[in-house]
Design a protein around this ligand. Structure first.
Ligand SMILES: Nc1ncnc2c1ncn2[C@@H]1O[C@H](COP(=O)(O)OP(=O)(O)OP(=O)(O)O)[C@@H](O)[C@H]1O
Length: 695
């Protein structure tokens, strides 16, 4: 064998070894995520078994019957009503309180606005001694202390900003003299103040530390979206105060975060209360985002002005500080009262904007993620994401700031594939950062999966009915699958060639190259479709992202992924989901379709006009009972007036559309007589599917 041949073979083997290593790495990653999903599913199964298939409560809570009778029942009822002014408990609150009162450690996962505070504040009032509450943000703490003081509960905070109370607090902890029931601290106090910890130790020694509550507990976990290193030090609490019950509370925690929390806080025998992540009053929607910035702002402004003309509050989330300022300015130019909020502003300026918004002097806050925890405004009617969030958790949390009062509210996410690399260059160094980002990208790309069910899937929760409260379920739109294997193959070869020449390509550059090259294939994809294809290939690991740091930024490049060979060898076909007809902005087309099938000539403009003028600004409380729908279906309206009369309280376009969607379902019956309809409706109601409650 010639030397040259040996060298060449050696080189080939080297390349192949690298390739195999890449594949092994990818397979290990896949194996890890499968293990994780397996443990999540096993946990759900366990929870379902123990709670007799009831979705809402997690395992141990059900087994120990925390809803039975307890000796503190009447005192607790008295405090609930006469101190907190709350007439009845919400789901799980009483059970959680009973578990804490029984001295157990408790993990509470309850959606935003679900009423977590009462769960630890009420036992804090009932139990002798002082309750310690660890909370991550000063503004949150201030709110809570103000609220409790107003209720006549002696609550204080020990932070660097209120040195005045420090002396009193330390004396009370040490000697038990002053009146103090609930003490709020930030996690830094636990990790950094030896003095505080020694006073707390004395308080505990004298038997006066009643419970420890850890708010926003997901901050403890490396996998939590708001991970805070100081929360790590909280592991000391159980070691130092083993018999004091710890209650950890959060709005979002995947199975992995839950396990992490339990381990970190040393509470392996805690009672878990996992309430559903479902927020039935929130309408979720993903909107295609134009690549022209002005068009996006026009759409957002139009949406706000049409749907919320009476200054109803909203939030617009943006990617960067600069973008926040720009979007706020452009919204103002379009007549919307908006201002920005981000971490670069000084505290006073931020506080001022927050206050104006809280007092309804400002309609829209345009914020970065810095406008986050501690937003307690209950009547936020819409949360719009101008840019992609970095994970499903973050999106759930941010969009969840809408509708904490339980009234119908909307969550819109503007998505275009080009936003993904912007985020990935920010998150790639985080634990599972890319994986988390790809989860939300998958959510945005989906054209068939109910948005709500995507959340259930993500948080490993059994499915629940969406009731037409997401764009996928509310608007009917034809989606077809297009085979783009040829384009995928071309893309991979293009990248391979570039890599061989030591060239890199951003998503944008790759799209440009594809636009030219795809002509050879004889079938051309649009720019947006090529972008979508790139994302699909990234999600399936046929492609991967690589990052390069410059002194100013980190750039994301698209490279050939570990499984790309399968595409080149034609072992995998690639399909894109494409709408066969453009979804109309608000689903009127779906109404048209549904009414069309009944023979009703839909006067689209008339209906639109009527519906928008009927929108009185007050949030819709359209009521259309199942009986009314049955009636409607059996009467087959054949004029617009008749339809409107039947629908009666139709107030807004979007609610109108929901109702029409329901009608559509009923028309699918093609019923012959009323009895038949009643029987079928009863059957549906029995299976709890398609239950229409719009109130
Ligand atoms: N049983 C109840 N009945 C009526 N209102 C309640 C009840 N429990 C709590 N609330 C109210 O619900 C609102 C939200 O409660 P709370 O602030 O405790 O929510 P949360 O779960 O901590 O939400 P977040 O995670 O967003 O902070 C508050 O105004 C609170 O007074």
């Amino acid at each position: 064998m010639e030397n040259n041949e040996i060298l060449e073979e050696l080189l080939n083997i080297e390349v192949e070894i690298q390739d195999v290593q890449e594949q092994i790495r990818a397979l290990i990653e896949r194996q890890e995520s499968l293990y994780e999903r397996k443990s999540e599913l096993s946990a759900i199964l366990e929870a379902c078994k123990e709670s007799g298939n009831e979705a809402n409560n997690a395992a141990s809570s059900a087994a120990e019957n925390w809803s039975g009778e307890f000796e503190w029942d009447s005192e607790a009822d008295d405090v609930r009503l006469n101190v907190f002014g709350i007439s009845s408990y919400r789901a799980n609150q009483r059970e959680i309180i009973n578990a804490i009162m029984s001295g157990r450690d408790v993990l509470v996962i309850m959606a935003a606005g679900g009423g977590k505070s009462l769960c630890y504040q009420l036992p804090a009032v009932l139990r002798d001694g002082i309750a310690l509450v660890v909370s991550p943000l000063l503004s949150l703490i201030q709110d809570q202390v103000m609220g409790l003081t107003a209720l006549g509960i002696p609550a204080y905070m020990l932070t660097s900003t209120n040195k005045g109370d420090e002396k009193f607090i330390y004396k009370t902890l040490e000697k038990g003299e002053g009146e103090l029931k609930i003490l709020y601290v930030t996690p830094e106090k636990i990790s950094k103040s030896k003095r505080f910890m020694s006073k707390l130790e004395k308080c505990h020694h004298a038997g006066r530390l009643s419970l420890i509550s850890i708010d926003e507990a997901h901050c403890c976990s490396q996998w939590g979206h708001d991970f805070r290193p100081d929360y790590k030090s909280l592991s000391i609490l159980k070691t130092q105060f083993p018999r004091v019950p710890i209650v950890a509370l959060t709005a979002t925690a995947t199975q992995r975060v839950q396990n992490d929390l339990i381990e970190m806080l040393h509470i392996p025998r805690c009672v878990k209360f996992v309430s559903t992540v479902n927020r039935p009053n929130l309408f979720y929607m993903v909107k295609e985002k134009s690549s022209v910035g002005k068009v996006v702002i026009d759409e957002i402004a139009e949406f706000i002005q049409e749907s919320y003309p009476n200054n109803e509050s909203g939030i617009v989330y943006c990617f960067s500080r600069k973008e926040c300022e720009q979007v706020a300015k452009e919204l103002r130019e379009r007549g919307i009262s908006a201002d920005y909020y981000h971490a670069d502003m000084d505290v006073n300026a931020r506080e001022k904007v927050h206050m104006r918004w809280s007092n309804n002097k400002l309609q829209v806050i345009v914020g970065t993620v810095a406008f986050g925890m501690g937003i307690n405004k209950p009547d936020v009617r819409f949360v719009i994401h101008h840019s992609l969030s970095k994970s499903m958790e973050t999106y759930y949390q941010e969009s969840g700031r809408a509708g904490r009062d339980g009234l119908p509210s909307e969550c819109l996410l503007y998505f275009r594939p080009g936003d993904a690399p912007r985020q990935s260059s920010m998150v790639f160094y985080e634990n599972s950062g890319l994986q988390n980002l790809y989860d939300i990208v998958r959510y945005c790309l989906s054209k068939r999966q109910c948005r709500r069910s995507a959340f259930f899937h993500h948080f490993a929760e059994p499915l629940q009915e969406c009731n037409g409260m997401c764009d996928i379920c509310a608007f009917s739109s034809e989606v077809k699958e297009v085979d783009v294997s040829g384009h995928a193959k071309l893309m991979v070869s293009l990248l391979q060639d570039m890599q061989a020449n030591d060239q890199r390509s951003t998503m944008l550059q790759l799209v440009d190259k594809m636009k030219i090259k795809q002509k050879e294939l004889g079938s051309e994809l649009k720019r947006e479709e090529i972008e979508q294809l790139i994302l699909h290939l990234l999600l399936a690991r046929f492609l991967k992202e690589e990052f390069q740091h410059t002194p100013y930024a980190t750039n994301a490049y698209i490279a050939v992924g570990s499984l790309a060979k399968q595409i080149l060898q034609g072992k995998k076909s690639v399909k894109l989901e494409i709408y066969t007809e453009q979804r109309t902005k608000d689903g009127v087309r779906s109404a048209k379709q549904c009414l069309g099938s009944s023979g009703l000539e839909l006067k689209l403009d008339e209906l639109r006009k009527e519906l928008s003028s009927a929108h009185g600004g007050i949030l819709p409380h359209s009521v259309l009972s199942t009986e009314q729908i049955i009636q409607l279906a059996s009467q087959k309206p054949n004029s617009l007036e008749q339809l409107e009369k039947l629908i009666g309280k139709l107030r807004t376009e979007k609610y109108g559309n929901r109702i029409l969607k329901q009608i559509e379902k009923y028309y699918d019956f093609e019923p012959t007589d009323k009895q038949e309809i009643d029987a079928r409706a009863a059957k549906r109601l029995k299976s709890k599917k398609n239950l229409v409650i719009i109130e």
